[in-house]
Design a protein. Structure first.
Ligand code: RB5
Length: 148
């Protein structure tokens, strides 16, 4: 799979761990930064990753900041993005099964590497269930279009 990954400084170390894991699993990774633990602004990196995903250069996105909240707010502003903030595997599974999430978000200051890797594995190995969930996802797009 092709996965675009991004973080701010607070998510940098976890991003590196996840990147190593995914590369060992033979996934193709696009790392749009940041590239050190020096303080940066998470919206810049979140938006760079979303741009790659919307341009179909990647199948999924993984974004990490301190809490995951800032990255979630940024990612979900873009049409067609369903970003899920997950700190345990059950949420990651449901995010795929019911929400067809295309972006996984985690807080680097909240969870350890082991938990994060389990979350990533679950997210990438779970398929969307479709059916009534498809209707609900389509409804999100319809309703947000109406408010513009
Ligand atoms: C950075 O200090 C922190 O605010 C950021 O990583 C993130 O948690 C924002 O939501």
């Amino acid at each position: 799979m092709k996965i675009v990954i991004a973080s701010d400084h607070a998510g940098f170390f976890l991003k590196e761990k996840i990147k190593d894991f995914l590369q060992k699993e033979n996934h193709e990774i696009i790392d749009v930064g940041c590239h050190s633990h020096v303080s940066v602004d998470y919206p810049e990196y979140g938006a760079k990753a979303i741009e790659k995903l919307l341009n179909k250069e990647a199948d999924y996105g993984i974004l990490i900041c301190g809490t995951g909240i800032g990255m979630s707010i940024v990612a979900n502003r873009f049409k067609g993005i369903r970003a899920a903030l997950c700190h345990e595997p059950f949420s990651a599974k449901m995010a795929r099964l019911h929400n067809n999430a295309n972006v996984l978000i985690m807080g680097g200051r909240l969870i350890g590497d082991g938990m994060a890797i389990e979350i990533v594995k679950t997210f990438l190995s779970t398929d969307f269930e479709g059916g009534r969930h498809e209707r609900r996802i389509n409804l999100i797009e319809e309703l947000t279009d109406k408010l513009k």
